[in-house]
Ligand binder design. Structure first.
Ligand SMILES: C[S@@+](CC[C@H](N)C(=O)[O-])C[C@H]1O[C@@H](n2cnc3c(N)ncnc32)[C@H](O)[C@@H]1O
Length: 310
């Protein structure tokens, strides 16, 4: 009988060396809302697992996806982390402007699941900054407006709130469309700091502040190109699962919206059919009217003249 297939020592070592994965990397987020950040959830879960932050600040929360991921990880890991979610909840010209319903939707999730950990701090980043002490945060997530000057201003004003050993995340570092300049700041920062770069999901930059204590994080920042490619490939795959979950969860709403469109179109068809019936009735009434009958000989003469070319 053939020996059962077993893990070779080489494969075992490769798995052991996959320091960038933990059970948290495979979690599926509880709250999947519309976001350009969906594919970063698996890495964020892993990051919270290794960093074990007691305090997180987020600049740019919008519908709350990244904030919910941080909060869920902290909760599942039993960390007691506090998360300050900062946003004007007005939107901007990149994310689009929106009304109070977005704030209300985030508030509903926070009240239901993360009341003890997430503090929603509504206002402009520049006005909120004095509320945050120096070296008081372990993880800062910068995801506000994405112009070079905007993100540079956010980084410059807020970096000193991060403790040594902490991490700063930048979203959209791979976005090169008109008006986006996070990539430019990232190119500057990666020259001077320990960093790791994800290109998928519009790009996520991971920057270590001061002495990085956790050895897995140190290994992440020190990864050679081959290892970095494996890390990126694994998180692209894991991220795609979350994105698929997002698409599936969005389907009932899309189907409902299609139903609405079909219902509106049917109502419009009924309205047009009724208008057509009313017009036909009017036309019939004209044709059967006395004046129409009395003027019939005149119309006949008119037709004859037209035929003869008069
Ligand atoms: C890209 S969205 C954040 C996305 C979110 N992190 C997610 O997971 O989907 C950017 C948000 O930053 C907010 N924002 C941009 N500039 C801001 C500023 N200077 N002060 C306060 N909020 C700002 C906008 O209102 C918008 O909701």
């Amino acid at each position: 009988m053939a020996a059962p297939e077993s893990v070779t020592p080489l494969e075992h070592r490769a798995v052991e060396q996959a320091f960038w994965l933990s059970p948290a990397s495979y979690w599926q987020p509880e709250h999947v809302v519309t976001s350009a950040w969906l594919t970063h959830a698996p890495f964020a879960f892993w990051l919270i697992d290794v960093l074990r932050p007691s305090s997180i600040t987020e600049l740019g929360t919008h519908l709350g996806f990244s904030c919910f991921v941080f909060a869920e990880a902290a909760q599942r890991l039993g960390l007691g982390t506090t998360i300050a979610a900062c946003d004007s909840w007005e939107g901007d010209d990149h994310a689009g402007f929106y009304g109070d319903e977005v704030y209300d939707a985030v508030r509903a999730v926070v009240d239901q699941d993360y009341a003890g950990s997430v503090r929603m701090v509504r206002g402009y980043f520049e006005d909120l900054r004095p509320q945050f002490a120096e070296a008081s945060v372990d993880l800062l997530h910068i995801d506000g407006r994405h112009g070079y000057d905007d993100v540079r201003a956010d980084y410059t004003a807020w970096r000193s709130t991060v403790r040594g050993g902490g991490v700063i995340l930048f979203h959209d570092i791979a976005e090169h469309q008109e008006g986006f300049g996070v990539w430019r700041l990232w190119d500057e920062l990666r020259m001077e700091h320990p960093t790791f770069t994800f290109e998928h999901g519009h790009g996520l930059g991971v920057l270590g502040v001061g002495d990085v204590r956790d050895e897995r994080l140190r290994a992440l920042f020190a990864a050679d190109e081959e290892t970095a490619e494996r890390i990126r490939a694994d998180y692209v795959r894991l991220g795609e699962v979350v994105a698929r979950q997002g698409r599936l969860e969005a389907m009932p709403a899309e189907v409902a919206s299609l139903h609405d469109t079909v219902a509106n179109l049917s109502a419009e068809i009924d309205r047009l059919a009724a208008a057509e019936r009313a017009l036909s009735d009017k036309l019939r009434a004209v044709h059967t009217s006395t004046s129409w009958r009395v003027t019939r000989p005149l119309r006949a003469v008119g037709r004859l003249r037209r035929r003869r070319g008069h």
